[in-house]
Design a protein. Sequence first.
Length: 139
Amino acid sequence: MYTHNFTKRIRYGETDQMGYLYYGNYALLYEIGRSEAIRSLGISYKQMEADLKIMMPVISVESRYLAPLTYDDQITIRTILKEMPGKLIHFYHEIFNGEGQLCHKAEVKLFFIDMETQRRVSAPAYLTDNLKPCFDTLH
């Protein structure tokens, strides 16, 4: 299993009239979590697209709102990979408020596509090679 945490503060412009994080902005938090998790493995989304010619379109999102996040909260976006990616990659997200309370969780499924052929492909070796130690059952 691979886990990555990223912290961010909720800005005023991300909230609704009640001061809560606007529900439509949660998908942006998932993207931040995914991007930073991939970056922590030594490659960025930009490099995957520019160098490896691989894109990762989202095919499904399932989310659960447990408690509100509010303006100026310092949140933690936890991104988890519970299994090695193959043709699909499943990101599990947990979002915590500044007090460590779990406020939101989501699962986002994406697949890999070769930008030149527009065909689905397996996860790039660069990504799976860097993830392999996290899934080594001998640890």
